[in-house]
Design a protein. Structure first.
Length: 73
């Protein structure tokens, strides 16, 4: 049904396939390290726990985190 809707709305459907290995860039590797650290940590309840998992995700090259809390005027 979705294909027929697209054909009705447009004259041509073009589908592009990504290159093999596209998901192995540096950003994906960084997110994988953070995700692995997140799964090891059992105490994931508040934002500070997320920041700790990000910082400890890559011990050889630690990631930087910035706390952007409320400003007190």
């Amino acid at each position: 049904m979705m294909i027929f809707l697209c054909l009705y709305l447009t004259d041509k459907i073009e589908h592009n396939f990504v290159m093999v290995g596209h998901s192995f860039g540096s950003a994906e590797r960084d997110f994988t390290l953070i995700e692995q650290r997140w799964k090891v940590t059992n105490n994931n309840q508040v934002l500070e726990h997320v920041a700790t998992a990000v910082k400890e995700g890559s011990p050889s090259r630690p990631f930087k985190t910035f706390h952007m809390g409320k400003k007190i005027l």
